[in-house]
Design a protein around this ligand. Sequence first.
Ligand code: SF4
Ligand code: SF4
Length: 437
Amino acid sequence: MVNLVITNACNLACPFCFASEYLADGAADAERMSLEQFRRHVAWAGGDTVRFCGGEPTVHPDFLELLALALDQDGRRAFIMTNGVWPDAVRRRLAELPTGQAVRITYLFNVLEPAFYTAAQAHMLDQTLAAPNPLAITLGLTLHRADQDVDHVFHRARRHGIRRIRYSVASPNATDPGSWLLDARRDFPALAALVHRVVMEGRARGLTVHSDCGYIPPCLFTDAQRRDLETPHPSAPGPAYTCNGPVDLGPTGEAWRCYGLYSVVRAHTREHADAASLHDAFERRAHELGDANLLFDECAACDWRARGQCAGGCYALRVTATARQHASGAGVDLADDESLRAAVPRLNAGAFHVTGGRLPVLMVREDGAWAPLDASPVEERLLGCCDGVRDVGALAVELARGLGRAVPVPEVARALRRLQGRGVVGWVAAPGRGPLA
Ligand code: SF4
Ligand code: SF4
C-alpha cells in the first residue's frame, strides 16, 4: 500500500497533525508532486488504486489533473485522504464527474471536533460531505484526548447518509514534542473506553466501524470491553492489535513508513526495484525498532505477544517513549527546547560510520545491517562537533560558525531528537541533576 504524498501544504491545523515534521510553513514553502513525478510514482507503486495523501491533497494546484491521470487508465481507482475543506473548484468538479469516473473514487474524510473549524471551514466541510455519493465516504476519527467529543462523527454520518467510520489513535512524531500527546499507561485505558463506545454506538446505528493506524493493545481494555469488541459482528470487524504501516511516498521519491516514523524509517525509491521490496525493508526495520523499544516491561513476557495477537503497540509511540525515558534517565527533558540547551549529547560509538570516499555517506546500523542515515546538513555537522562535553547551547554556536548562519536551539533540538530516534546519540548525565520525574 503506497500513499502518494502529492503536497505537504495544508489548509487546516489539526491538533494531532500526523505530518507535523514534514508540513510546509506556508504555500510558498510547499513541496508539490509534478505530473511527471506523479506518473513515475504511480507506475512504481503499482496496484489498482492510486492513493492521494498530503498535507491536504486537494490544495495541490494540479490536483484535478493528477486525479484525471489516475482515472485515465481503465478500471483504475482513486482513494483520497482529505480533511474535506476543499477549494470550490475541486468540489464543483468532483460533484460533476461522470458516473463512470465517480464510482471509481472513494474518500476518507478525517474530521475534527467542531471547535477546530472556523465558521467558513465548517461550512466548506459541510458542502464537501454533501458532494460525493455517501456510500463512497468513510469518516475518519482520530483519538487524541481521553475526554474527546466523538458525537460529532455520528451527527455528520446521520446528516449526510454516511455508513462507515474509521477510528485511529494519534501517533507521535519523533522530532516534534507538540505531537507527544498520549502516554499509553496514562491515557489508553480511557481511550479504550472511548473506542468501545464508538464501536458499540456505531453498531447500534447500523454503521460499519473499523480501526486503522494506531491501536489500543488488548491489555488496556477491560475483559468485558474486549469480549464486546471481539464478538463477531457483520458491520464491525474485530479489532486488530497490530499496525499495518503504509509506505508514504513524497514528490522527490523519498519514502517513509507511515508519518509516525517519518524521521526514523526512511528510504528512496531508487534503492528499491518496486514497492513490495521497499515495504518489506520497512517492515523489517519497524520490527527491529519494536524489539528494541517495548511499550511496557510486561510486553517482554506477554502471552498476547507470544501468540502474535498483539504487536506491542504503535512503533512511533514506542520509539518516542523510549527516547524520552533514556533522556529522562540522564536528567534531560527531551520535550523542552530550553532545558535541552544545557544538556550534553554524546555519540553512540558503533551505531554509525562514514563511508563513500570523496562523497561521504553517513551509515547507521539498523536491522543488523548498515543503512544510509540521510542526515541533513545540520545533523551531519552536529555529529562532527558533538564531543560529549559541550552542551546544546554551545553546539548551536559551533554549528552557526560552520554553516555561516544562525542555528537556533530548537533546530538543534529537532536534529538531536531525530538522531536519538535513530540510535546515534545519547545523553551525558547533566552534573548535579537527577533523573526527571
Ligand atoms: S507505527 Fe503503525 S500504528 Fe504507529 S503511526 Fe505507524 S502505522 Fe500507525
Ligand atoms: S504485548 Fe505489551 S502492549 Fe501488547 S498486550 Fe502484551 S503487554 Fe500489552
